[in-house]
Write a protein that binds this ligand. Sequence first.
Ligand code: A3P
Length: 518
Amino acid sequence: MSKDTNIKQADEKSNNSWIVKFGPSPTRFLYKTFLPKTQGLKTHTPRPRRMVLFPILDTMWTKLNEYAQKVTLEHLRIVLWTVLGSSVLVSLLTSVAMMNTTLKKIEVYNHRTELAHQHELEYQRKILLGNNGKPSPMAAKVSGLTPSEIRKAESPPKAPTKPPSSYDEDDSVGPPKAPATFGSSGPSLSKPPSEKKKPPSGFSSPASSSSHAPSPISPPSSPWSSVIHSPSSFSPDSASSTGTDSSLYTPPAGEKKEQRFPKVIIVGVSKCGTRALLDYLALHPNVITANKEINFFTNVTMYNKGPEVYRNSMPFSYSDQLTVEKSPDYFECEMCPERIVAIDKTIKVLLILCNPVDRLVSQYMQLKEKNDLSGVPMDAFEEWAVDPMTNTVRKTVASIRTGMYDQYMTNWFRFFHQDKVHVIDGATFIKDPVGEMRKVETFLEIKHFLTSEDIYYNSTKGFHCMYSRIAKKSHCLGPTKGRPHIKVLPGVYQTLQTFYNPHNARLKSYFNYQMSWV
Ligand code: A3P
């Protein structure tokens, strides 16, 4: 009998015996595929392994069929209930585990929100409350908050709060000990005399002002005015600021160094390059800088002690040198412009502005670094800045409001004539600091001194560094300046950009400043 005939018979046999409850054996397909078959005249012989495996599979299949025939309805019911019961149990356990995780997440989120809220309240107290602790119209205008929201800010925070967003450990004399705005920090603090009077005549509201900066008002009369330029009683030579090189700078003959009120204040904006601006200025022989942020006008304890405290915080200088201080917190402080002109109406103001979205990212990086260190990690930037549910920018976050430059500038130009304010484009300043510093020198009416010898690009730092011809030393800004930034999701970046667009546009239309990033 030929092999073909054998297979045919085996097939027929299998057709009879293998068509059982579970259908034909799967090995039948394998037999058909792999067992010897004729292709024309050529016959394939099966491999030995298949000859062993297939019969085993067949046997197993037959056994299974035998058992299947014995299965009763009762068995099926038991199996069904077991399967159902175990799936219910598994789903229950899974739900409990998921609920547990969710509850934990909510707890962490609430904790973080609470901390962030307290931080916001502290900040709002600092910049928004008016003289008598009641929200001023400016506060409402600037913040975009409702009066009840602002009033909420009056209640003191329960837990230790983080420093305000613009606070920079590197720069500050110390964290603010009390809220910056007068009248909001308790009964023990008396108001400075200058605050008890009404706004001076000529005070114009932003709505009534022209599209350009309003004319300066005469600075409010204050008992403080009498102290301006009076010499300090502090021993002049007991402390020194920068060393001097006689070839670069010769002090006025017979003069001793004194602590003097600043002639120039860098009032902001934080995270736009204020430290670099101050340090570049310090390279100039006719400039003496206060190294730390003094925050005199926003620190209620200091301010209430009177202007001598301010002068005594200043470095020693000669009369032909300009004392410069920088405190970026002044920018958002409603009372600061008025307080500054009360000290000296000839003070000049430097303001550095950068793309508010990039500024926000820079601020976020700074806050994130601090929060990570304190063990309370921050939300992702995208979530922190934009509400994912509504896709709206979180206007209540103080750091976001900082970027609405036009609103704060309106307040500054009520007290400062535009020729007393010099605005620097932060983006151009990073690329061409020497060029921008030249403009600053012109504005401050000091000799053109700074060149690329003093401010040079350092590829390791990725920013410009400094060489002091006076001290004969080089230095770059520390690691908290020029941090790497996260890459923001393009959609969120665009949402923020759209939010700031009208504010950016007003820099040109209201104040006539054309920024490279607008
Ligand atoms: P990043 O640290 O986010 O890059 P401020 O001194 O007001 O806090 O601003 C810090 C920002 O100044 C830095 O933000 C950086 O972009 C900018 N900057 C400008 N010139 C710089 C310099 N020479 N070195 C470091 N940072 C500089």
